[in-house]
Design a protein around this ligand. Structure first.
Ligand code: SF4
Ligand code: SF4
Length: 181
């Protein structure tokens, strides 16, 4: 049986967000079972989840300073399309082969990826090529896209990494009246 659950509309208080990466990492281990139950809870839920997640994402993103974090750039493998690599090479007056030699490698699946983690272009938590950053960088943490229910497994993989994801998920638990484990 599917459940229809009410939605409380309250603004997130700035001081209520968790941005300490060591706390996120600890909570990520502690909340494995709870997050699995939440995933199942959302699977059975009816109602507009995408708009709620997008709304929470907008609220949380406004309150979190990514330049104080930079954890995605320090820990994720970033895909780069050939078109992006060509565009970037032109932008910095290098050839594609120079860009590939300096910054990229091919993954096992043949996809171009940035060849260092943390990323070459990160300095003091800031992207030094921000205006030219790649689509994979721009899209993270993917909370403003449709189809959240189909992507929740992937989103939860970054629960302990990204303060935006962590706080959106925690707020989503409250606003959907999920019973914590
Ligand atoms: S290119 Fe910029 S935004 Fe993308 S991972 Fe590197 S530092 Fe981060
Ligand atoms: S997107 Fe998430 S992990 Fe990346 S810098 Fe912003 S808060 Fe940190």
């Amino acid at each position: 049986m599917k459940m229809m659950i009410g939605r409380k509309r309250m603004k997130i208080k700035p001081g209520s967000l968790q941005t300490d990466l060591s706390v996120l990492q600890r909570k990520s281990s502690e909340n494995v079972m709870e997050n699995e139950a939440f995933r199942e809870f959302l699977r059975l839920r009816e109602g507009p989840l995408d708009s709620l997640v997008a709304e929470l994402n907008a609220e949380v993103t406004k309150l979190i300073d990514c330049t104080s974090c930079g954890n995605c750039c320090r820990s994720l493998m970033i895909n780069v399309s050939t078109d992006e690599a060509v565009k970037f090479a032109n932008r910095i007056n290098k050839s594609l082969s120079e860009i590939k030699a300096d910054y990229l490698e091919e993954s096992i699946g043949g996809q171009l990826v940035i060849n260092t983690i943390p990323c070459h272009f990160l300095a003091e938590n800031k992207c030094t090529i921000y205006a030219d950053r790649f689509e994979d960088c721009r899209a993270f943490p993917h909370l403003d896209k449709p189809g959240f229910s189909q992507r929740i497994f992937g989103t939860l993989m970054h629960y302990g990494r990204c303060p935006i994801i962590f706080n959106v998920i925690e707020e989503l638990k409250q606003r959907t009246n999920f019973t914590r484990q």
